[in-house]
Design a binder for this molecule. Sequence first.
Ligand code: CTP
Ligand code: MG
Length: 222
Amino acid sequence: MMELCAVVAAAGGGERLGAPVPKAFVELPGGTLLEHSLRSLAQQGVSFAAVAVPPGFQPPRPVAFPPGMEAVLVEGGPRRQDSVLNAARLLPPARVVLVHDAARPFLRPGLLAELAAEALRHGAAVPALPCPDTLKIVEGGAAVRTVDRSGVHLVQTPQAFRRDVFDAMLPLYDRLHVTDDAAIAEAAGFPPRAVEGSPFTFKVTRPADLELARILAARSAP
Ligand code: CTP
Ligand code: MG
């Protein structure tokens, strides 16, 4: 059976980025955000990806899939979790399912092997980074309260789920309202293990993130 397959969420409009095309189709040196993300996954052993893309959007050119990766495109839904569910229905049998944001083009070496090992042993695993900054509640322009940040982590993708766990999560995608897939694993009774995330696995969200991603992509572009 295949070891790693992936759902790639690429169906968002990218409102905060404000680009003229949906975010996953924004070009960096060496390809679009989506193409970089697919390549990063393929380089670490993902051989199949189900990619949720914006409904009705015609990319200016066909998506270039990395060598050795089979991929299918499916229309996403209104929320990220709807897009993930649509794509999840197309996954082949595999020991571990990864769910990844197309908006995170760079993965640290070794990440997928660590995620897969933890997911196989414990059911689910996520990359997490300790929050480096002080957290405050700001209301009406005033920093009214400092939040205790001990234990607070920033959680990234890919997130990894053992296949039986992912199958148990699927019915919950319609019932819960979540911002990541790990929250569904938690609700299904499988609190994810945390492996070391990376600052390079940031999500391209705002224009400054795109500037950084372009610099990093140019550094490694062929
Ligand atoms: N995504 C998706 N389907 C949606 C919404 C988001 O597949 N209905 C994907 C995005 O394409 C992105 C990932 O989920 O790769 C993370 O979401 P986010 O960074 O919020 O992207 P957008 O929703 O596109 O951006 P924004 O919230 O600024 O509009
Ligand atoms: Mg969004």
